[in-house]
Design a protein around this ligand. Structure first.
Ligand SMILES: Cc1cc2nc3c(=O)[nH]c(=O)nc-3n(C[C@H](O)[C@H](O)[C@H](O)COP(=O)(O)OP(=O)(O)OC[C@H]3O[C@@H](n4cnc5c(N)ncnc54)[C@H](O)[C@@H]3O)c2cc1C
Ligand code: FES
Length: 284
């Protein structure tokens, strides 16, 4: 159950290209699972930035009824995130968390590959720990445009059996994309389930490679959001249901995690004409 809290910024530390924020508040770490996100109001009082900004929860620690800690990894992208990373320790932030549907964890121990792009690695150490606790074997591939845009590699290297890095510019690891090294890794690791978080084109490629190699993929999508709580329909994308019918579903409440083979990646940003309820041309 999401709660809205006034959280105190305990720490704001630069890590490579990102900022690692530690927030303390009451009850917002309760029930957090890997894949949940937090939505933060930005800009302070009387701001024109009325929409909250969404961030994957990196870590959550429930301490007492009054004190719990949530950690985020923020890339200063536009005005909202630039405001957020400029906040001093002690700042009070308006946070709603936990939101969304987290990654589904397997019932039986299986070989899992965790694939992340850029700050998409934020939830991966937490996810790896949960999978390892269930007896799963965990392997990882982290990719980014350049070395400074990788996050949490040391911690995740410690958790993974096989760990690989790719960068677009070759500054570290293999030069190229995560999807380039996936087939070899998946064969070596005998991967059954792929978990992915990162930019949409990366998720599309990861879903494709996973399907080609017979693995299930779970992808945490990053659609633009407005309300973050299922009311405004800003974040919809076409997803195929169990009945084979495509529906426009809300990534903030029905996701952000979806099965990769169910997302109509080529049609994201549109309403496919065969989607349930889509406007029909020539209709009355
Ligand atoms: C589920 C989810 C998890 C995310 N996790 C992280 C994370 O861990 N770390 C991180 O740095 N960023 C994360 N993002 C992206 C982050 O929300 C955007 O970078 C941020 O909202 C941009 O706001 P801005 O004011 O800086 O930029 P602007 O481009 O000025 O934003 C304007 C508006 O567009 C929306 N928007 C713009 N870019 C995005 C985007 N990429 N995704 C969603 N909405 C966007 C914003 O909500 C805002 O309302 C996540 C997004 C989603 C949906
Ligand atoms: S962001 Fe409003 S419904 Fe998802």
């Amino acid at each position: 159950m999401a709660v809205q809290v006034k959280a105190t910024l305990l720490s704001n530390r630069r890590v490579g290209s990102y900022h690692h924020l530690v927030l303390s508040g009451a009850g917002f770490a309760s029930g957090v699972r890997p894949g949940h996100f937090a939505a933060i109001a930005v800009g302070g009082d009387n701001t024109p930035m009325v929409l909250r900004r969404a961030f994957s929860i990196h870590r959550a620690t429930e301490m007492t009824a009054k004190g719990s800690v949530v950690e985020l990894v923020v890339s200063a992208h536009g005005p909202g995130t630039q405001w957020l990373v400029a906040q001093p320790v002690g700042a009070i932030l308006d946070v709603v968390a936990p939101l969304g549907r987290p990654f589904a964890l397997p019932r039986d121990p299986v070989n899992c590959l965790l694939v992340a792009g850029g700050y998409g690695s934020a939830p991966m150490a937490y996810l790896a720990e949960e999978l390892i606790a269930r007896g799963c074997q965990v392997d990882m591939i982290f990719g980014a445009s350049t070395e400074s845009k990788l996050f949490d590699t040391l911690e995740c290297k410690r958790l993974a059996r096989y760990f690989e890095i790719t960068t677009d510019d070759g500054s570290i690891g293999t030069k190229g994309r995560v999807s380039d090294v996936m087939p070899e890794m998946m064969k070596r690791a005998e991967t059954a389930v792929v978990y992915a978080c990162g930019p949409m084109p990366m998720l599309q490629a990861v879903a494709k490679v996973s399907a080609q190699l017979g693995a299930i993929s779970q992808t945490a999508v990053e659609e633009s959001m407005a309300c973050g709580i299922g009311v405004c329909m800003t974040c919809v994308l076409p997803v195929i249901g169990d009945d084979g019918v495509t529906r426009m579903v809300r990534s903030c409440v029905d996701g952000p995690v979806f099965r990769g083979d169910r997302v109509r990646w080529d049609a994201v940003g549109t309403v496919p004409s065969d989607a349930y309820g889509a406007p029909q041309s020539g209709g009355h």
